[in-house]
Design a protein around this ligand. Structure first.
Ligand SMILES: Cc1ncc(COP(=O)(O)O)c(C=O)c1O
Length: 397
């Protein structure tokens, strides 16, 4: 890959994943690889296992299984381990990411029951309850929930979904994709009685892409043990071992694991409560700026309810005909602020600002100013006091 032309100062990465990698994590990534028998390999993996169990508040007896993969890889692990060939799962609609998981599930020969997605809104827990009640034969083996849909920037209420499953008195397993929320928003496998938590390295865990993981409670592992679906690389059961070579079904991606150990260390030394509070503060600042921008009538929040707007990413709608890719190019190349486009059903209809992971007020204010500069160049009308409103939101904390 050609080296990008050197630009003085820092580039601001505000995609909602991959996210900036802190220096401490970069230094860990730079360590030399180790031979496979070196006990330090296992120590690193064990540190990541126990760190993630702590982060996710996993119950006693839970296992963390890592994969040299991205988020799609761990989606596949969930499907292959929990659903038998031809088996059924329920995927409540959140937009792009629930639909992508559903399409992947169907491609693997399983049936998907969907609940409708209402644009700009979180998952409708009543529709989930209704779909489960309608499953008289109890064929649905699991409810696969995307907590924060990174495309819409909307976060769903996991406790309400847990209640919906309980109210329907359905035995389906509760599986949560926290790829965009783990490490940014509070989450507890125990409190939610979540059976499987699915995550990846490249978002609020502040690592480069390359490692996906599933935290699996004993009930879900028992389902996998009984599941006759043919599988090998993704098989949780085969990975239950003390040997790193077995845990990874081959050579462990040592560098990303070393980075994850360092990243988890940073999260715990900052303190979980403070990490979550920081994400809330920064999200409030971004929301304050967008609130000002939209006063000119062109831009808007994609998330319709302030309470379900994510602490990780904000999706901003643009008027029809806006060239979002050109806006992103100007923001990135001229003002050194990388933002994301919208995905799936939202393509061309908006852009996204990531505010998760290794972020602070200076970075957020710089990003907002850079985006304002790019919108000015592109002639996109916006209410002018966005940065000032973000400053006021941060100063009021
Ligand atoms: C919530 C969520 N789930 C799953 C994925 C898929 O992850 P990946 O792109 O690493 O395959 C993403 C990617 O952004 C995501 O945001």
């Amino acid at each position: 890959m050609p080296e990008p032309t050197r630009i003085p100062g820092r580039r601001f990465l505000h995609s909602p994943g991959p996210t900036p990698v802190p220096d401490e994590v970069l230094h860990a990534l730079m360590r030399q690889p180790m031979d496979l028998g070196d006990p330090r390999v296992n120590e690193t993996i064990e540190a990541c296992e126990s760190g993630l169990k702590r982060l996710l508040d996993a119950p006693a007896g839970a296992d963390v299984f890592f994969f040299a993969s991205n988020g799609h890889g761990v989606w596949e692990a969930v499907i292959e381990n929990l659903a038998p060939p031809g088996g059924t799962v329920l995927i409540p609609g959140t937009g792009h990411f629930s639909e992508s998981w559903a399409i992947q599930t169907e491609a693997l020969g399983r049936r998907v029951v969907r609940t409708p997605w209402h644009e700009g809104y979180p998952i409708d827990a009543a529709a989930v309850e209704q779909a489960l009640r309608a499953d008289h034969a109890r064929e649905i083996v699991a409810v696969l929930v995307v907590h924060t849909d990174t495309s819409s920037g909307v976060t769903s209420d996991l406790a309400a979904l847990r209640d919906a499953i309980d109210r329907a008195d359905h035995p389906a397993l509760f599986v949560v994709d926290g790829v965009a929320s783990f490490g940014a928003a509070p989450f507890s496998m125990q409190a939610l009685r979540c059976d499987v938590a699915v995550g990846a390295s490249q978002k609020a865990l502040m690592c480069p892409p390359g490692v996906g993981f599933t935290a699996v409670n004993p009930a879900a592992l028992a389902v996998a043990v009984r599941n006759p679906a043919p599988r090998f690389y993704w098989d949780w059961v085969r990975r239950k071992s003390d040997l790193s070579y077995r845990k990874f079904c081959g050579t462990a991606p040592q560098s990303v694991m070393a980075g994850m150990e360092a990243a988890l260390g940073l999260i715990f030394s900052e303190g979980l409560d403070e990490v979550f509070a920081r994400h809330r503060r920064l999200a409030r600042a971004v929301h304050a700026a967008v609130d000002a921008w939209r006063s000119a009538g062109a831009l808007g929040f994609f998330g319709r309810e302030p309470t379900s707007r994510s602490v990780s990413v904000t999706t901003i709608t643009v008027p029809p005909g806006t060239d979002v890719d050109a806006l992103r190019a100007v923001a990135r190349e001229r003002f050194q602020v990388a933002i994301a486009g919208a995905l799936g059903p939202l393509i061309g209809r908006g852009f996204r600002i990531g505010h998760l992971g290794d972020q602070n007020p200076a970075g957020i204010l710089g990003a907002l100013a850079g985006i304002e500069a790019a919108m000015t160049v592109q002639g996109i009308p916006f209410g002018r006091d966005g940065v000032a409103r973000a400053v006021a939101a941060l100063a009021a904390e």
